[in-house]
Write a protein that binds this ligand. Structure first.
Ligand code: ZN
Length: 292
């Protein structure tokens, strides 16, 4: 039975400055490239942050053999659950790793340098950490699982191998767990925010995209646009392949994507807030209505 008690409109406060602090904190570890010191340190940081809001935080450790480096990558998905006894669940996710190669940098001599990932990595995580703070103030009306995927950005451009390592591992081991839907936040911190509907999300989970954009309309989220613009092979795809509705909130019009210039000064607290408010609105309003 779904418990619909409580005020449908009690969307908790989203503190954009605190969210931005989470973004900066992650960047201060340096690039979070698998097997690097920054990656190890940030993993501990994220575990501690999630433990501050959830009594159930799991580390899902796995390895991936990187043929190029001839080495095993030590990877970890972090999973925090809220309202654990509620069987009706929504999964919110972001990737926390950053790209080892800035292969879209205009300066080709820097293509082998890692990406700091203020937007591509830290922003989605920052939004979800701040959303989790809201759960302390106003318990969510359904069960929520927040998952930070590792190894999203390890693929070679032009191929489909090496990407989405964390979400692929998670879905391969998903067992009987079936969230009602999945909302992915990726590159949501650009100060010049442009969120267009993503093609795979629209084709395979159109009702969920409509639900999110309806929430965006009610939040007056002026940087959510109704057009479909990009097709993105992102962490929502393994869920769609399982038949689990999933939508990708992503700003692919980010000038510093996969460059060494993906730094916190390109991002803004207001952008984190806009996306955070929309996701919260989906959970507290539409999540309930969508159950029926
Ligand atoms: Zn990326």
């Amino acid at each position: 039975m779904l418990d619909c008690s409580g005020d449908r409109n009690s969307v908790p406060f989203f503190d954009e400055q605190r969210a931005f602090t989470y973004l900066v904190d992650q960047c201060e570890f340096g690039p979070r490239v698998p097997n690097s010191p920054g990656h190890r340190q940030c993993k501990e940081y994220l575990y501690q942050q999630l433990s501050a809001t959830s009594t159930r935080v799991n580390r899902q450790d796995f390895t991936y053999y990187d043929t190029t480096a001839g080495d095993n990558l030590l990877l970890t998905n972090l999973i925090a659950s809220y309202n654990v006894e509620n069987k009706n669940r929504i999964l919110l996710c972001a990737h926390w790793d950053t790209r080892p190669w800035a292969d879209n940098d205009p300066d080709s001599s820097r293509h082998r340098e890692p990406v700091l990932g203020a937007n591509d990595g830290a922003s989605g995580v920052a939004v979800l950490l701040e959303i989790a703070n809201g759960f302390k103030d106003a318990p969510p009306p359904l069960g929520i699982d927040i998952v930070f995927f590792d190894g999203e950005d390890y693929g070679m451009t032009g191929t489909t191998t090496g990407w989405l390592l964390g979400s692929k591992f998670f879905t391969r081991n998903i067992g009987s767990y079936r969230p009602y839907f999945v909302v992915l936040s990726d590159m949501v911190g650009d100060a010049d925010l442009n969120i267009y509907k993503e093609h795979y999300s629209q084709v395979y989970a159109g009702w969920l995209v409509s639900l999110i954009w309806e929430a965006a309309r009610r939040e007056n989220a002026e940087h959510f646009y109704p057009e479909i613009r990009h097709t993105v092979y992102d962490d929502h795809v393994p869920f769609l392949e399982l038949g689990i509705p999933a939508a990708d909130l992503i700003d692919m019009d980010y000038k510093w994507w996969h460059t060494v210039e993906d730094t916190p000064d390109k991002c803004s607290p207001a952008s984190l807030r806009e996306v955070g408010r929309v996701v919260l609105r989906v959970i507290y309003d539409e999540g309930l209505r969508g159950q029926k």
